[in-house]
Design a protein around this ligand. Structure first.
Ligand SMILES: C=C(O[C@@H]1C=C(C(=O)O)C=C[C@H]1O)C(=O)O
Length: 347
């Protein structure tokens, strides 16, 4: 089905929710480009970091399919480094140093800096990549998006931007990174960068809610990495509009910074490339296609990559949060570790 759509250059998305056994697919019946206008639409949303591109595979022009996925065997870990990565390293170290200086000059408290890394693909098979991601990361939201306007995007991570239905909203604050191991301990630097995200989200949700509750922070395992996570729930006021909530939350300090505007300006002036859909968000808009409920279920687009429709190269996107206590070399290594999520299914 997906291959048939790709051959015709019709948009489609394959996705598997965290810990789910079911693969879902939404297949557009035309090559038309649909966009989100006000978040009252129904379908699958795919939104860029800047919010300038808000693509939609609309329910009314699509066919929904699902299949049970059972294979849970993980592949071996891949460690690789390329000459290209070394060139990136110098640039990234300077970028992080510049950000630490800007923080010490009180321009902002946190900024998330990212980079793009190119990997050549000897043989590209989108179905096989999607299955391999699903197999390796059962705890993640795994997806493969294709649109003639964007080419392919893949991702495997479980950071929810928001889930709403029945007047309730669920979201989470995820930040701080370490290699996962038994008994790991979080340092003040990681706790602080994650607290920035929690405080931002709870403050932004208050005008839309009668109550906002946050759990105590705990460890989230993501592949071979671990992050600090807080669950946040809100009781929405009647009439709270999804569009306004999305605009208030995105981009959170998990992918942008705090305060939002100076951090965003720093990213746009210094990162040196266009993030495109990396650190944007995507997911079911106003419908859970499997059970038919009215529900929105958006995830942040992280641990992701872009592959042109020609399938010759993949661009991996990786970043991390910088605060006053950041160490540039450690921040570089964090992006190298995060790049393994996608490399594991490519090399
Ligand atoms: C920005 C990324 O990840 C985000 C940043 C993290 C951090 O700064 O430690 C951790 C998890 C994500 O919220 C990425 O994976 O590219």
């Amino acid at each position: 089905m997906a291959q048939k759509h790709f051959d015709k250059e019709f948009p489609f998305v394959l996705y598997k929710k965290p810990h789910a056994k079911v693969i879902r697919g939404l297949f557009q019946e035309s090559d038309e480009t649909h966009s989100i206008q006000d978040f009252t639409e129904t379908g699958y949303a795919f939104v860029s970091f800047s919010g300038n591109e808000m693509l939609l595979i609309p329910e009314r022009d699509s066919d929904f399919q699902f299949a049970v996925f059972e294979n849970q065997v993980r592949d071996k870990e891949v460690i690789s480094s390329s000459k290209k990565a070394e060139t990136n390293r110098e640039f990234h170290l300077k970028l992080v140093n510049d950000a630490i200086r800007a923080i010490s000059q009180q321009k902002f408290d946190k900024v998330v800096l990212s980079r793009k890394e190119m990997v050549e693909l000897p043989h590209f098979d989108f179905g096989q990549i999607f299955i391999s991601l699903s197999k390796n990361y059962p705890e993640a939201y795994v997806y493969c998006w294709f649109h003639p306007k964007t080419g392919f995007w893949f991702g495997a991570f479980a950071e929810q931007l928001l889930k709403t239905g029945n007047g309730k909203l669920h979201t989470m604050s995820v930040a701080g990174t370490q290699k996962w191991h038994e008994g790991l301990i979080w340092m003040e630097k990681e706790k602080q960068e994650q607290r920035f995200v929690t405080d931002f989200i709870t403050d932004e949700l208050k005008p839309f809610s009668t109550a906002v509750n946050a759990s105590t922070p705990y460890t989230l395992k993501a592949g071979t990495l671990a992050h600090v996570k807080t669950d946040i729930t809100a009781e929405l006021k009647p009439g709270a509009h999804l569009k306004n909530i999305v605009e208030a939350l995105h981009p959170t300090p998990a992918v942008c910074g705090l305060p939002k505007q100076p951090a965003l300006d720093f990213i746009l002036e210094n990162e040196g490339y266009d993030r495109g859909f990396y650190s944007g968000f995507h997911g079911e808009l106003n419908k859970d296609f499997l059970n038919g409920n009215e529900q929105t279920d958006f995830f942040v687009n992280l641990r992701c990559m872009h592959v042109e429709a020609s399938g010759n190269t993949a661009n991996l996107y990786i970043g991390g949060g910088i605060t006053k206590d950041s160490n540039p070399e450690a921040e570089w290594l964090e992006t190298v570790n995060k790049s393994q999520t996608m490399k594991k299914v490519l090399l």
